[in-house]
Write a protein that binds this ligand. Structure first.
Ligand code: ACO
Length: 423
């Protein structure tokens, strides 16, 4: 029997269908509510609003579950690789050996940026934030691939876009780093794995442990259903803007400190605590003070209200990689102390605030030698397959309409224009 919700407004009772997802989450379809009653719904920050039906990622914030296409994140982080996960997100199935080989080769074949893009990266001021460079350069790729600006690309074009963006964004990220640090650019080496090539282009020393640690971080960031940046990609794409414009907008949304920008902020916060003598209790008191805008960065999440499964994996990986590299980092001790103290504190307990994916990732990036202002670009590198798969799904869904919320107007009611001389 199909479920229905009854809504009563001013004595009038209306019924609306309830749709159910494959994991039994229920949603009331209120798309006809305004036509029937004149009422819209309001939901600041979309706390309770589903924007689409999606078959890509499932998460249960109460139980701390995250799955890509049905596969638990814990299994993927341990057994898979970033490009295999990217394939899975985009095509909905795990690749065969030959499919993965040819996909890896295809991604690696994008081993050189268009020359004008290289020049563009090089002329940015050295002080430019790499996320600004990444966003500007991504939208500018539209000039090089005019045929891929089509909002309804063919299947072949969609496949091309997917491999191209994964291949080229790695080059953009690495070159924006070498340019900003006045180093000569290092060419891509298509015979290396995705992460080894990135590490090599960053001018960093690589070994199997470092490449594996980076690969796991990218897997953990690869998708996260309808978060702020992914929703942005879908909203921009719903206007038939190009894939390059949509992804560039996603990069901008990710940059914000409440979203992906938090990883940089966490590290800066830990460094500040260290400089102030390592007393993390003061930071906790500030985070709890409602008259202070300071927040405990890397803590809290809109959907995870128990624990963030990615944070659990990262915390473990952090211990492993620091031990493998022989790095002793006081920031890790501060982070652990801060976490322990916060988890025992009523303020954080009562609000279900737990460490999120950004809390420990920065410590690993730092141990790998990646500079702090590149952390959010690392997030973007990892999130790229998710954005692309979500964009593709949105373009292929017949129900997709231009995203256009309504509002409750609270401004002046109608008034007469007054001539400037009479005001
Ligand atoms: N430090 C202190 N207090 C916090 C924190 C925090 N990090 N996070 C939430 N709170 C408090 C809020 O002040 C609020 O308190 P109140 O009920 O007394 O008003 C309560 O907890 C609920 O928080 P909201 O801001 O309403 O939760 P929301 O779901 O809107 O925000 C967010 C989630 C943005 C992640 C928030 O927890 C935050 O700002 N965290 C710090 C930034 C961060 O780490 N962002 C990365 C998120 S993960 C990602 O995007 C990849």
């Amino acid at each position: 029997m199909s479920l229905k919700a009854k809504i009563e407004i001013e004595g009038k009772v209306l019924e609306y269908p309830i749709t159910e997802g494959s994991e039994h989450e229920k949603a009331i379809d209120i798309s006809k509510l305004r036509a029937d009653t004149g009422c819209i719904t309001i939901d600041h920050g979309f706390l309770n609003t589903g924007s689409c039906a999606s078959a890509i990622t499932f998460l249960d914030g109460e139980l701390g579950i995250l799955r890509y296409r049905g596969y638990p994140i814990e299994q993927l982080a341990e057994q898979s690789s970033f490009l295999e996960v990217a394939f899975l997100l985009n095509w909905g199935k795990l690749p065969s050996k030959s499919e993965l080989d040819s996909f890896e080769k295809k991604v690696a074949s994008f081993s050189k940026l268009p020359e004008y893009i290289e020049r563009m990266i090089d002329i940015f001021p050295k002080t430019a934030h790499p996320m600004a460079v990444a966003s500007a350069v991504t939208v500018s790729l539209s000039a090089h691939y005019p045929e891929l600006n089509n909002p309804n690309p063919s299947t072949e074009q969609k496949d091309e876009i997917f491999a191209l963006m994964l291949g080229l964004f790695k080059l953009v990220a690495a070159r924006s780093f070498t340019a900003a640090s006045s180093q000569a650019p290092i060419a891509s080496n298509p015979s290396l794995s995705y992460c080894e090539d990135f590490i090599s282009m960053m001018g960093m020393k690589s070994n199997k442990d470092v490449a594996k640690a980076l690969d796991v971080l990218l897997i953990l960031h690869a998708d996260h259903e309808q978060n702020c940046s992914t929703s942005t990609v879908r909203v921009v794409g719903s206007s038939n803007a190009s894939i390059f414009a949509s992804i560039s907008a996603g990069i901008d949304a990710l940059w914000g400190p409440l979203h992906g920008g938090a990883n940089q902020e966490v590290l800066e916060m830990l460094e500040e605590i260290k400089l102030a003598g390592g007393d993390y209790k003061k930071a906790l008191e500030r985070a709890k003070d409602k008259n202070d805008t300071f927040k405990l960065m890397g803590f809290g999440h809109r959907v995870y209200k128990n624990f963030d499964p990615r944070a659990k994996i990262i915390k473990k990986a952090c211990d492993v990689i620091l031990a493998q590299l022989g790095v002793k980092d006081q920031l890790l001790d501060i982070a652990k102390g801060l976490e322990q103290e916060a988890l025992a504190d009523d303020y954080f307990k009562s609000r279900n605030l737990y460490p999120n994916v950004d809390f420990y990732s920065g410590i690993i990036y730092r141990a790998l030698g990646i500079p702090t202002n590149m952390f959010t670009v690392m997030f973007a590198l990892g999130r790229m397959p998710g954005w692309l798969a979500q964009w593709k799904e949105m373009r292929e869904t017949k129900e997709t309409k231009i995203s256009r919320p309504r509002q409750v107007y609270i401004g002046s009611v109608v008034r007469e224009y007054v001539d400037i001389g009479k005001r």
